[in-house]
Design a protein around this ligand. Structure first.
Ligand SMILES: *Cc1c(COP(=O)(O)O)cnc(C)c1O
Length: 355
């Protein structure tokens, strides 16, 4: 448990809770009453504060805007049946933030500081956690460079901030995805393993082209040969064939997703044969042609499990089996949802209970 610390709290006098349309939460458009912030200056993090959510004032010259030193995280909080608040594996996000920070020449944020800010913020705004099916409180920690300086160098000052959004389901239908063979999300030696804002910026254009052609997302392939799968849109990807659960092995061009890690662990617990290795486009297309690909899905915090309905490869659409509620994807989706709400035995101690 985390001791109450020296976080300065100034509460809003005007809660917006009663303005929320709880029947239309969408994803990421409604913001809870408060945010937690802390500044890095003179080589150290200063005293964090919690204050009403709202605009911040910055110079147009801050380096995040020009040279892209900006990283983020995404995780979710749920309420169990006793009204207690559970956050899914938050230390993983704190650790990953620091991996991203290292790659982007940004300062390490002590895991305890991350956890204290998170705990107090979510506690304070716990009435913003929706309880309906598929609903949760999405938490967005992020760090960005705030030097007012146009020269190119690592910034000397940073802001770390956490805000939260009550959210509904991310995807409501199964996905049509296209295997991308010319654009690249991330390359060997690049920043793909970091949750860096610029990775997203660079992915928008190819994704828009796919959307205009009727697809929901891209299946990214490696930047050198385009022969091996990497990720699905902004999620990791998992393929299912018989008893085999396959996911591209982690590398410096693949983001180490908490959902991927958890889903693969659950698969192992359930006796599936889990393979983390290079997964080739050819092998998956061959399985599709033989009717032996039993499922494919994106895995990430926002959607948890996003089943794929069709995969397009060089102009041909391949259909996946339709009703997968009985297979691994369906089972793990229900299981993960129940686990995060405290309805399953949490044998790996993944739920962090906010007191
Ligand atoms: C955040 C993210 C994921 C999913 O990570 P989770 O920790 O499961 O939410 C996968 N791929 C990319 C590129 C991401 O940015």
């Amino acid at each position: 448990m985390i001791a109450t610390s020296n976080i300065e709290v100034s509460k809003t006098t005007q809660s917006r809770l009663n303005e929320v349309n709880w029947s239309d939460l969408g994803f990421g458009k409604i913001f809870s009453d408060h945010m937690a912030v802390v500044e890095y200056r003179d080589g150290k993090w200063h005293t964090p504060s919690i204050r009403p959510y709202g605009p911040m004032m910055f110079s147009p010259a801050i380096s995040a805007l020009h040279y892209g030193q900006a990283i983020f995280e995404g995780l979710k909080a749920y309420k169990n049946e006793n009204g207690e608040v559970l956050i899914f594996r938050p230390e993983k996000n704190a650790e990953r933030l620091n991996k991203s920070a290292q790659r982007m020449c940004m300062p390490d944020l002590p895991v305890e500081t991350f956890m204290e800010m998170l705990t107090q913020l979510v506690n304070l705004d716990n009435e913003w956690i929706p309880k309906g099916e598929g609903e949760s409180l999405y938490i967005r920690p992020h760090m960005f460079a705030i030097d007012e300086y146009v020269g190119v160098r690592p910034s000397e000052t940073y802001m770390f901030c956490i805000f939260t959004c009550p959210v509904g389901k991310y995807y409501t239908t199964e996905l049509n995805v296209k295997i991308e063979k010319s654009f690249t999300r991330a390359v060997k030696g690049g920043t793909g393993h970091a949750k860096a804002a610029g990775n997203y910026g660079a992915s928008l254009f190819p994704t828009q082209i796919a959307k205009d052609a009727g697809y929901d997302q891209l299946l990214w392939t490696d930047g050198q040969t385009h022969e091996y799968f990497e990720e699905s849109g902004t999620m990791n990807v998992v393929f299912l064939s018989g008893n085999n659960v396959m996911s591209p092995a982690l590398s410096d061009s693949i983001l180490d997703g908490v959902t991927r890690n958890s889903v693969l662990q659950v698969a192992r617990d359930w006796g599936y044969n889990v393979e983390e290795r290079k997964v080739s486009v050819k092998e998956i297309i061959d399985l599709l042609k033989a009717g032996k690909l039993d499922g494919a899905f994106g895995v990430g915090t926002a959607a948890t499990i996003a089943p794929i309905k069709t995969i397009n490869h060089e102009g041909t659409d391949y259909e996946l089996p339709r009703d997968n509620s009985a297979d691994f994807a369906g089972k793990v989706s229900t299981y993960m949802d129940r686990l995060k709400r405290g309805l399953e035995n949490d044998k790996h101690n993944w739920n962090y209970k906010v007191s």
